[in-house]
Design a protein around this ligand. Structure first.
Ligand code: AP5
Length: 225
């Protein structure tokens, strides 16, 4: 299964990608996560991209495409992968088709109002990467602490309201040609993602199975919290 998840900030791309990663043992490749890690380690790449990410602007195509190309060369992608946050420009979508063949692009359709509220409550464990929400399930059991390792949950710098607004502007400026591209190649699947995670996850899974995109057997059981 080789799919890309498309949707505005807060659509739930990371949440569903983690579910399929855990249940089917295929990698979740998030360009945002790769960039944030490079920034936190202060690598050469991190220094080049820091200002783009922190202002909610797109990292230039030539950098992003090279990062994804290198990641997709890793052997763990042989059985498939879930790309989260890539492609974000038509150029990236076309470059991806030159690197590999994508089965489907899943557009998570969500209203801006709902997505912004989700982002204002998003907290992340810096140790295990689990994502919680202060307003929606899964909420952390104790204050802002990870249920699994007790670490203090963190907010993303680019979840500040002004940066969120900028990320939205960028998303709406760039997503229409990408949707058109996947629609014209009969690979676009639209899913209403305004409902709860517990409702959307099995729906998404069923759609992928019915369309013969998801053919893998689960490698472990994953409980939706
Ligand atoms: P990136 O990390 O990709 O951020 P984003 O697309 O803005 O996406 P988010 O992570 O905010 O949203 P999500 O849909 O994953 O939401 P999540 O599942 O966590 O990119 C960051 C930056 O990196 C960009 O601004 C850019 O600078 C750069 N970049 C990245 N890729 C690039 C590219 N290809 N080209 C150029 N630059 C690039 O969910 C959010 C919250 O909502 C969570 O708390 C979750 O629990 C909750 N939630 C989710 N779904 C539901 C639901 N159904 N019900 C209730 N709560 C829900």
């Amino acid at each position: 299964m080789k799919i890309v998840l498309i949707g505005p900030p807060g659509a739930g791309k990371g949440v569903y990608a983690q579910y399929f990663r855990d249940k089917y043992c295929i990698p979740h490749i998030s360009t945002g996560d790769i960039f944030r890690e490079e920034i936190s380690k202060n690598t050469e790449l991190g220094k080049r991209i820091k200002s783009y990410v922190e202002q909610g602007l797109l990292v230039p195509d030539e950098i992003t495409i090279e990062v994804v190309k290198r990641r997709l060369e890793q052997p763990d992608t042989l059985n498939g992968f879930i790309l989260d946050g890539f492609p974000r420009t038509l150029n990236q979508a076309k470059a991806l088709d030159e690197i590999t063949s994508i089965d489907a692009a899943i557009h998570l359709v969500v209203s801006e109002e709902v997505a912004v509220k989700r982002l204002s409550g998003r907290v992340i464990c810096p140790v295990c990467g689990r994502v919680y929400n202060l307003y929606y399930e899964p909420k952390p059991k104790f204050d802002e602490q990870c249920d699994y390792d007790g670490a203090k949950l963190m907010r993303r710098k680019d979840d500040e309201p002004e940066v969120v607004k900028q990320r939205y502007r960028v998303f709406y400026d760039t997503f229409a040609p990408i949707l058109e591209y996947y629609k014209n190649t009969s690979r676009l699947i639209e899913v209403n993602a305004d409902k709860s995670i517990k409702e959307i996850t099995p729906l998404l899974e069923r759609i992928l199975i019915e369309n013969k995109i998801l053919k893998l057997k689960p490698c472990r059981e994953v409980k939706l919290e």
